[in-house]
Write a protein that binds this ligand. Sequence first.
Ligand code: ASP
Length: 438
Amino acid sequence: MQLKVLKFGGSSLADANQFRKVAEIVHADPARRYVVPSAPGKRFKEDDKVTDLLYTCFDLALAEKDISETFEKIEERYRSIIRDLGLDYSLDKEFETIRTAILHCAGRDYVASRGEYLNGLILANYLGYDFIDPQRYIFFRDNGSFDSEKTNIILSAILKQHERAVIPGFYGTMPNGTIKTFSRGGSDITGSIVARAANADVYENWTDVSGFLMADPRLVDNPKIIETITYKELRELSYMGATVLHEEAIFPVRYAGIPINIRNTNKPEEKGTMIVSSASDVMSDYVITGIAGKCGFSVVSIEKDMMNSEIGFGRRVLEAIEKCDICFEHLPSGIDTMSVVINSNDIVGKRDFLLTEICRLTEPDMIEIEDHLALIAVVGRSMVKAKGTAARIFSALSAAGVNIKMIDQGSSELNIIIGVDENDYVTALRAIYDEFVK
Ligand code: ASP
C-alpha cells in the first residue's frame, strides 16, 4: 500500500471548521498515515497567527511586562477549536506549564514551538492518531545546523512503531535537550523530513492555494496553475520570490526522490502542483514553466581596456565583493566590461568601501553603481528543446516598450534572466506571460 505524509499549514488549521476539512482529507485515503501540523494561522485578514502571539509573549516576558492578555488570546484559540469540535479534551495543564516556563524566561524557540505542539496534540486526539514529539526525534547539532542523518535513522525507526501519527512541525532538539525551531515557515521542512524518514510515496503539502502559479497573481490576472515542476525549476522560481514552500523543504525529499504535491485544503478536488526530480517525460502545454521576479537590485559596472587579457581580473573584482561580505546574484560580462548584480540592501553603508576596494584591486577606467534594477526569471525545462524562446521574450518586451538592461542565461538553459528598470517591471512581466501563456 502507498504511504503518504501530509503537512497542513496554519490557515488549514486555523479553526474547528478547518480541522474538519483536514480530518476529511486525512480519512479519505488510508495511505495518509503521518500528519504534520503548523500552529493555527489567521482566520481572517486582521487575525493573529498563534506563532506571532507566542513571540510577543516571549518579548513581553523578557521586558518583564504582563503576558496575561496575549497568553489568554492563545489559550482561547485552542479552547475554541476543542469546544467547536466537541472534543472531550483539555489543554489546561499544558497551558499552565507553558505560561510558567515563559515567566521563568524559557528560550525563544521553546516558546515559539508550543504553537505546533499544542495544535499537534489536538489534531492527534481528533484524528485518533498517535502523537510523536519531534523534541525527541528531530536533531540539531551544537552549531545549530539540522542533523539530517541522525534524524533520519532515529525517526525512521520510531515511525515504524506507529501505524498512524501526528508529528508537530517547526521544531526539534539541540544536543543538550533544549528546543530549537527551524526558520519561519519551517513546518514545511518537518513534513519533508518525515516524508523521507517514512520513505513515503508522496509528500502532500496542504495549504490555501491550489499549487504554484505561473506568475504572481498580484501582477498577472488569473495566472495558470503549474501542474508539474522540477525541483530545479522550483528553486529558480522560489529564489526570485515565488513562495509557497519553505526553500529548505525541498532537500530531504529531493534527496530521497519523493515528489511533493502542493494541495489546497479548501479545494481538495483540485490536483495542485506536483514537484518532481525529473519531468523530461512530462508534457507541458507551455514552453515556459513559470515567471518570477524581484525589484531592488543594483549593478556595479566596471570598464577597463584590454580587460579580457588581464589574468585574474574577475577574481579581483569578486575578492572586493567578498571583502564587503556580500553575495552577488549575476555576473554578465563583455570583452572590456564586467557587471556584478547585487541586492541593493546588501550594499547599504558599504558603497564607498566597495568602490574603493574594486578600484584598488583592479584599477578600472570606469566604475559606477546603478540602482533600481528589477530581475525577471523566465524558467522552463522545455526551453532547452524549444528554439527561439529568447527571441520571443525580447520581441514581447520590445513590443511593450521595455528596455532590457541585462540578460543572463543559466548554463543549464533552464532559465533566462532579464534585468529591466524597476518602473518597467510589471509591464515586462505581463508582456512575457502574455507571449507564452495567453
Ligand atoms: N508556525 C511557524 C511560523 O509561523 C512555522 C510554520 O507555520 O511553518 O512560522
